[in-house]
Design a protein around this ligand. Structure first.
Ligand code: MG
Length: 159
């Protein structure tokens, strides 16, 4: 079996007002993530990890933020599209491992629903998706609560 890994990273600024959507779930919080689409940092990093592993470029190539179609877009649609492209190239998603970094809010309690939402968009079961939460120990923009970031590694096999 041939196995390929891809890495994805994303960061969004957090600002008063607006929604905070992470992993397809809207979280109760007094700040929202700033972005052209729904600003889902985890979905975006995951998308890039999948595109990277499959050699399909990056999220900006497929969903440019200059395109009005993606304004306010539900980022789970990006994942559904990525999955279709992977299917066409005969790639199977074996595993996804992610770290989401933010000082607040606490993410862990929301992980079960995020895993379900991400897995559904990718046509997987939730046991293929692993999520971890970190703070940035008060350091830098993420530590000051000005931004949220995510790293994702995706592992694919070729059919
Ligand atoms: Mg993004």
């Amino acid at each position: 079996m041939s196995v390929r890994c891809g890495i994805g990273y994303d960061l969004h600024r957090l600002a008063e007002g607006g929604k905070l959507i992470v992993g397809g779930m809207e979280l109760p919080f007094d700040k929202g993530s700033v972005g052209h689409s729904d600003g889902d940092v985890l979905a975006h990093a995951l998308c890039d990890a999948l595109f990277g592993a499959a050699g399909l470029g990056d999220i900006g190539t497929h969903f440019p933020d200059t395109d009005a179609r993606w304004k306010g877009a539900n980022s789970l649609l990006f994942l559904e599209h990525a999955r279709k492209l992977l299917d066409e190239k005969k790639f199977v998603i074996e595993h996804v491992d992610a770290v989401v970094i933010t000082e607040k809010p606490k993410l862990g309690p929301h992980f079960p629903k995020m895993r379900e939402a991400l897995a559904r968009a990718l046509g997987l079961t939730a046991d293929h998706i692993h999520l971890k939460a970190k703070t940035n120990e008060g350091v830098d923009a993420v530590g000051r609560g000005e931004a949220i970031a995510a790293y994702v590694v995706a592992t694919l096999s070729e059919r």
